[in-house]
Design a protein around this ligand. Structure first.
Ligand SMILES: Nc1ncnc2c1ncn2[C@@H]1O[C@H](COP(=O)(O)OP(=O)(O)OP(=O)(O)O)[C@@H](O)[C@H]1O
Ligand SMILES: [Mg+2]
Length: 373
């Protein structure tokens, strides 16, 4: 029997800001990284709408939050059970689940971030040791609590000769800069919106959950005045460490700026401008760290948006642009794999954060352990 068959399996669970689905992966880290199985768990519409509703302050918040904390945990446990059942995984080999949880608030300026989906319940339902609440230890140490994926990107994707940039385009977008020389600190931060504004604008105008391949955006013209006003938001010029969420980039913010325009814009022109905002804010961030011979790899759902990719390619020339598929990890599973890795680190008493990225006072083991049966 080879070591890799005996090495423990870690499960990663990710439910991001887009609320598109729950991503579950099973991976091994020894002797090297191996993606064993993946599963995408749909989010029932009732849970989708109660989560969306909790993104904004409102009546009876604590009761609603308490209920959703449990409903999401049941759904996370179901995602794990489906992952195990469909892929015939051996439960005895599973060391732990790393569950990101659903972010309901992320307010680093107030040292406050909240991810829900009770890990007690996940451990109870699955019988598997579950690690959750990854962000708050970093915050307690003075960090942003985000982004946490750069440590995983560095462990998996750093190359001895090529300077690499990893860009995750989820609801928000975040990048990780990995200089070829291994002793250089990892850089990483949230660049701003990924898909979240495009998703909410197309939902409002076309009742679609996302703009497939940026087709609708491609029918519009970028509105320079709107783009300029959006890019004037202080977040874009702030120096890292920085991280953001729906608190900053949401439909309300977008509507305020759109409604203040002198002429009412065509909806497809706004969509084109939102796609350009995502592309420009990512490209500006990358270009502000000039490195020779940079290779840029995309992951997250936005990496499938061909219109966005082609704008990024133009803005990043002459840098090489591809997706993590070329690095042997499907772009859809990078984030979930990162939380499996963070669980692996914590269970083995190792740190999970990068202090240079989050601004924390030092390296910390992240999350709390909820033991399985
Ligand atoms: N073919 C596609 N064309 C355009 N957009 C796509 C396509 N496929 C996926 N997407 C976008 O990707 C989004 C989901 O991305 P992802 O799952 O990485 O984000 P997330 O769940 O918010 O994660 P994160 O934690 O990184 O924010 C969808 O909401 C959609 O906007
Ligand atoms: Mg997702």
């Amino acid at each position: 029997m080879s070591t890799s068959i005996c090495a423990p399996i870690y499960i990663g669970l990710m439910s991001g800001t887009s609320l598109d689905s729950i991503d579950a992966v099973a991976v091994r880290f020894e002797p090297g990284f191996e993606l064993i199985a993946c599963h995408s768990q749909p989010i029932p519409s009732a849970i989708h709408s109660s989560t969306l509703a909790l993104f904004n302050p409102g009546d009876n918040e604590i009761e609603r939050l308490g209920r959703l904390d449990l409903e999401l945990a049941e759904l996370f446990a179901t995602a794990v059970e489906n992952l195990i059942r469909v892929n015939h995984l051996d439960r005895q080999q599973i060391a732990a689940i790393g569950s990101h949880g659903q972010t309901i608030r992320h307010r680093p300026e107030a040292n406050f971030t909240l991810q829900i989906g009770d890990p007690n319940l996940i451990a109870e339902r699955t019988g598997i040791t579950t690690i959750g609440d990854f962000r708050r230890r970093d915050m307690a140490a003075g960090g942003q609590g985000a982004p946490l994926v750069p440590a995983f990107h560095s462990a998996l994707f750093r190359h001895p000769e090529h300077n690499r940039v990893l860009v995750n385009i989820g609801g928000m977008a975040n990048l990780t800069i990995l200089e070829a020389a291994g002793d250089k600190p990892v850089l990483g931060y949230d660049t701003g919106p990924g898909n979240v504004l495009m998703d909410s604008w197309i939902k409002q105008h076309k009742q679609k959950s996302y703009d497939r391949d940026g087709q609708w955006a491609a029918q519009g013209q970028v509105l320079p005045q709107l783009l300029k006003q959006m890019l004037a938001l202080p977040y874009f010029s702030e120096t890292p460490p920085k991280s953001t969420g729906r608190e900053q980039f949401n439909q309300c913010w977008l509507e305020q700026i759109v409604n203040a325009l002198a002429v009412k814009p065509q909806p497809e022109d706004v969509q084109a401008t939102l796609l350009e905002l995502t592309a420009v804010s990512i490209a500006d961030a990358i270009n502000s760290h000039p490195l020779s011979d940079q290779q840029v790899f995309l992951c997250g759902g936005g990496s499938h948006n061909s219109q966005l990719r082609s704008r990024l390619s133009a803005l990043l020339k002459p840098h090489y642009l591809s997706t993590t598929a070329e690095l042997n990890l499907d772009p859809d599973w990078v984030e979930a794999a990162a939380f499996a890795w963070l669980a692996y680190r914590t269970l083995n008493r190792m740190s999970g954060n990068v202090p240079e990225v989050t601004g924390a006072a030092g390296y910390r083991p992240l999350g709390a352990i909820y033991w399985g049966n």
